[in-house]
Design a protein around this ligand. Structure first.
Ligand SMILES: Nc1ncnc2c1ncn2[C@@H]1O[C@H](COP(=O)(O)OP(=O)(O)OP(=O)(O)O)[C@@H](O)[C@H]1O
Ligand SMILES: [Mg+2]
Length: 419
């Protein structure tokens, strides 16, 4: 439209010039032809690449039907052309990969040689291909990418290629956790087992007639066997709890009674380590929806950890308090020690299975690294969570935060169950 108007104005001006000055008519006609050609030239060039609103013409842009299908997809999807230029991208792809400008080369955003090679193969041979895409930043993510040629009219090579990104991050994480778990569990079992067979060989060989060595070795063997059976118990307990994680407990438990029981169970251990166990409660009875045995397991591990790893503080404080979280009443059951504390980078990983800040130290204290993982799973089942506060050099506080249970409020238990 703009070009037509310009041509028209130029023609009018030259006509007026020719009329006013007849000798200049020939020059004017020549200038007119040059002007028209100059104006038309970019228009023809543009027609190949752009339509009226600055976008490429229909041949290089997918139609609205194709775009609508991509919009409906819940996975990131792009349409590219044979030159690997992005011709369309759906909203999910913007969330997954950030905004990509239309008509930009795909390689501006994706550098993976495997992905680019798979796209090249799809374009050259007009076949569907797949590739794995892994990104490490800002977080680790994995995709299975399918490159699918969009069929063109009969006999024509495909113009567009659909690039579909199936997010496999969660599956990969579960797979890795499972294999890590198997590797860790077998490693933890293999160590005492290797030590046992070593002692058996020694007893059958060089120490056969040495009653003193035999007694010493048998004591170590007994310890290793106990360690193995404890590990197996913990593993079974963890798998049982994980299976029931989504089933809310049906009974009520009194946290005051639970903590008092655990305290008296662990008093000998605390005394042995020179730790004083203090207990303070806001009320005589603090009810929560919960399974008493499982709650005993939670606090036994938290208090045992505080005594074992925070022994040098000489004191462990157990406390029960009421608080509010986002306007909701909660009950905080805390175990505080005054030991060396835990460096911040370890805190988020403490509840991973087999995770230990100092493996040697934990093993020396007969730890298996499963305790906090069991705690986390039991608390999840209780709609409760673990809050860890630790300052290196000052000690750690492990708090189990429960939703408050209103006494005589039977509905409360039902609501929790349904959540
Ligand atoms: N109060 C604490 N102070 C310092 N470090 C702690 C404390 N509690 C836990 N940790 C660290 O967290 C790690 C994980 O604890 P967790 O209870 O899961 O395993 P564990 O005590 O080693 O073994 P388990 O509980 O199975 O006997 C411990 O090995 C220890 O390094
Ligand atoms: Mg522990």
């Amino acid at each position: 439209m703009r070009r037509k108007r310009l041509t028209f104005i130029a023609a009018l001006s030259l006509l007026a010039l020719a009329l006013l000055h007849p000798h200049a008519a020939l020059t004017a006609a020549l200038v007119f032809v040059i002007l028209v050609l100059t104006i038309m030239w970019p228009a023809r060039e543009g027609a190949r690449r752009n339509d009226g609103d600055g976008r490429p013409s229909d041949q290089t842009w997918p139609d609205s039907g194709m775009k609508a299908v991509l919009e409906a997809l819940q996975e990131a999807a792009l349409i590219i052309d044979r030159d690997l230029l992005i011709r369309y991208r759906n909203p999910v792809s913007a969330v997954a990969f950030g905004n990509m400008a239309l008509a930009d080369p795909l390689s501006l955003r994706f550098r993976s040689p495997e992905l680019l090679a798979s796209i090249e193969t799809a374009i050259t041979n007009a076949v569907a291909t797949t590739a794995i895409l892994e990104e490490r930043r800002p977080i680790e993510r994995h995709w299975l990418v399918e490159v699918l040629p969009v069929p063109a009219p009969q006999g024509m090579p495909p113009v567009f290629f659909l690039v579909l990104f199936h997010d496999r991050t969660a599956e990969r994480r579960v797979e890795r956790m499972r294999s890590d778990f198997v590797a860790n569990a077998s490693h933890e079992l293999r160590t005492p087992l290797a030590s046992l067979s070593g002692f058996i060989e020694t007893l059958q060989g060089p120490a056969r007639d040495d009653p003193q060595a035999r007694d010493r070795f048998l004591a170590i063997m007994r310890e290793q066997a106990t360690r193995m059976s404890r590990l197996i118990d913990d593993l079974l307990s963890l798998s049982r709890i994980e299976m029931r994680r989504h089933v809310a407990p049906q009974s009520q438990a009194d946290l005051v009674a639970v903590l008092a029981k655990v305290r008296s169970q662990l008093t000998p251990l605390a005394e042995g380590l020179g730790v004083e166990l203090g207990f303070e409660s806001c009320e005589d009875q603090v009810l929560v929806v919960g399974d008493e045995d499982e709650l005993i397991q939670v606090f036994a591990n938290l208090i045992e950890n505080a005594c074992k790893y925070g022994a040098e503080g000489g004191r462990v404080e157990i406390s029960l308090r009421r608080a509010t979280e986002r306007g909701q009443p909660v009950v905080d059951a805390s175990v505080r020690d005054f030991g060396p504390g835990i460096p911040a980078e370890h805190v988020p990983r403490l509840t991973e299975r087999f995770y230990r800040v100092d493996v040697g130290n934990s093993r020396a204290k007969r730890g298996t690294g499963l305790g906090l993982s069991i705690v986390r799973n039991i608390l999840l089942r209780h709609r409760s969570r673990l809050i860890v506060d630790s300052v290196v050099g000052h000690g750690s506080t492990f708090t189990a935060r429960f939703p408050a249970f209103a006494e005589n409020d039977a509905e409360s238990a039902k609501t929790l169950e349904m959540q």
